[in-house]
Design a protein around this ligand. Structure first.
Ligand SMILES: *[C@@H]1O[C@H](CO)[C@@H](O)[C@H](O)[C@H]1NC(C)=O
Length: 331
């Protein structure tokens, strides 16, 4: 009887504690490490919503960037990078123009590779400027963040989360070379899951399956160029050999900006969540849509080579061109 009363009192005290600290305990400190371009535009909506719910976000951005500007619902922490705004802008412009060039597939492929390589090196140097910025790292480490929100296609945020031992939430459209499946140990059979660029359906005939196995080999080169620097930096900072797969494996939740309506169904792990609708947060009448921005935000980057095909499917009255050439373009 006495024990029962004591238990009930304990439960009551526990409940009271929950009620008292509940609201306060809900608010978290979020460290946001965004990817440039349209990637940030979707993530910004999440940061806005986090602010509405009482959480604090600090967004880390290189001083030279495209869209990451200070707003009243987050704090920006900028860091110096070893390149100028002019160099960055010209890189973006080259990449944009490439999308609309009408050249042979092989030329297109080589040019895309060269452009991706330059971009990868630039992003890696930006990451290096962040991770080796002693003052900034000390500052971030002392700020005791609860979580890192980042797009792993720019793996700097994932490396930073691991370095500072903070749980990471990944927010992504996709990551090439099936690194998501590798990191989460998700089943990813060649016979069933169509690979990037193959245009294969999920029901494949024998030769489609062969193609499904061969195509990823070409992408391996891009991943090698693009991602090796991050594994090297992580290994140096953590003072042990780590692969990018291992870094990404420490992600708590993977939020995919995709949907089984647009992509074929595939096996997923319990910590993979599909939130494709978030790309539609800012709807505008179709006449104002900048086609280039639309294609970049809706299609996975791996489809860059297919964009020319898709452009041909637009009705003839639909104006198609890089953003800068469109009137009223603000994506
Ligand atoms: C962060 O701070 C803790 C506690 O002071 C320290 O042990 C750790 O080495 C620091 N991490 C980094 C990356 O500086």
């Amino acid at each position: 009887m006495a024990l029962g009363l004591q238990l009930r009192r304990q439960v009551l005290a526990g409940l009271l504690l929950c009620v008292c600290v509940g609201r306060w305990a809900e608010a978290g400190k979020v460290l946001v490490v965004p990817m440039e371009g349209s990637h940030w535009l979707s993530m910004r909506e999440v940061v806005r919503e986090l602010h509405t719910r009482g959480h604090q976000s600090v967004v880390i951005a290189p001083e030279v960037n495209m869209h990451i500007k200070a707003e009243d619902f987050f704090t920006v922490k900028a860091y110096a990078v070893p390149y100028t705004q002019d160099k960055f802008d010209s890189l973006v412009k080259t990449h944009e123009q490439l999308l609309f060039e009408r050249v042979h597939f092989v030329t297109m492929f080589l040019k895309t590779m060269a452009s991706l390589k330059t971009a990868s090196l630039l992003f890696a140097s930006s990451c290096e400027a962040l991770l080796y910025n002693k003052d900034l790292i000390r500052d971030l480490n002392a700020s005791s963040f609860d979580v890192v929100l980042t797009d792993p296609v720019y793996p700097c945020g994932a490396v930073l989360a691991k370095y500072l031992s903070i749980p990471a939430v990944f927010f992504l459209r996709f990551i090439p070379c099936d690194l998501d499946a590798e990191a989460t140990a998700c089943p990813n059979p060649f016979s069933y899951v169509p690979r990037l660029l193959t245009k294969n359906p999920d029901h494949m005939a024998f030769f489609q399956r062969v193609k499904n196995m061969l195509y990823p080999l070409a992408l391996k080169y891009i991943c090698l160029v693009a991602f090796t620097p991050y594994a090297q930096m992580a290994s140096e900072l953590l003072q042990r050999e780590v692969s990018l797969g291992e870094i990404l494996a420490s992600g708590s939740v993977w939020l995919f900006r995709r949907d089984f309506v647009m992509d074929y169904p595939r096996p997923i792990m319990p910590n993979m969540v599909f939130i494709g609708g978030i790309n539609c947060a800012n709807r505008k009448p179709l006449s104002q849509v900048c086609t280039a921005a639309f294609i970049q935000s809706v299609l996975p980057v791996e489809h860059i080579l297919l964009i020319k095909d898709i452009l041909k499917t637009f009705p003839p009255h639909c104006k198609v061109g890089p953003c800068s050439e469109m009137d009223g373009s603000n994506h």
